[in-house]
Write a protein that binds this ligand. Structure first.
Ligand code: IMP
Ligand code: MG
Length: 198
């Protein structure tokens, strides 16, 4: 131990600020790897029952990429052969509050006109992202647009929108893991959890 008081992080010799910050946080598991995997198989069956096989899956970056990767393989097991594309809209940046400022940061390469589209994202929070993505696809003359979000934080909604397919209702807490980040970190975690100070 060094001479730090109980309220300040203890920084060991040779330890970076990043290491010290990691030690100062712990993550409480909300949705385990196993639970997510089981729910995704069910979601793929729900999608397969409601949508045509000639589907374009649009993954909303960055947060949606891990969920999309698992969902399209579950769709394969349900005998689907989806085309995959990516869309990046402006995100939260380094903090935890939405700016309400939305831009297309990375556009689709597919022509979605007359196609059946499924938008896939990690979490439905204020609803701005999914609502903007949905409008973009409608404007580009998609034949139909459905939405699938792994998590739904219904309490936080500012835009009147529901997803067609939802993995889990999510409590009003900031969650990380399985594609979701806090300040660009924790996306790689195989589970979803809540950050808490130790
Ligand atoms: P919305 O536009 O407010 O619905 O926000 C959607 C985007 O904000 C999601 O796709 C996430 O990237 C991000 N986001 C919202 N809530 C959380 C959270 O609890 N943890 C991490 N990212 C979040
Ligand atoms: Mg996102």
């Amino acid at each position: 131990m060094n001479g730090a008081t109980s309220n300040s992080p203890v920084i060991e010799p040779n330890e970076t600020d990043h290491d010290a910050e990691s030690r100062a946080r712990s993550i409480r598991v909300l949705f385990s790897e196993k639970r997510i995997a089981l729910r995704i198989e069910e979601l793929a069956d729900e999608i397969a029952a409601a949508m045509p096989k000639e589907l374009v899956v649009i993954s909303v970056l960055k947060g949606g990429f891990i969920f999309t990767a698992d969902l399209i393989r579950a769709l394969h097991r349900a005998n689907f052969e989806p085309e995959i594309d990516f869309l990046k809209l402006s995100s939260y940046g380094a903090g935890t509050e939405s700016t309400g400022d939305m831009n297309i940061l990375f556009d689709l390469s597919a022509n979605v006109a007359d196609r059946e589209v499924l938008i896939v994202d990690d979490i439905l929070d204020t609803g701005r992202t999914i609502s903007l993505a949905r409008q973009l696809l409608v404007d580009r003359a998609a034949a139909s647009v459905k939405t699938c979000c792994l998590l739904d934080k219904a309490e936080r909604r500012l835009v009147d929108i529901q997803a067609d397919f939802i993995g889990f209702p999510c409590p009003n807490e900031f969650v990380v893991g399985y594609g979701l980040d806090y300040a660009h970190r924790y996306r790689e975690l195989p589970f979803i959890g809540v950050l808490s100070e130790t």
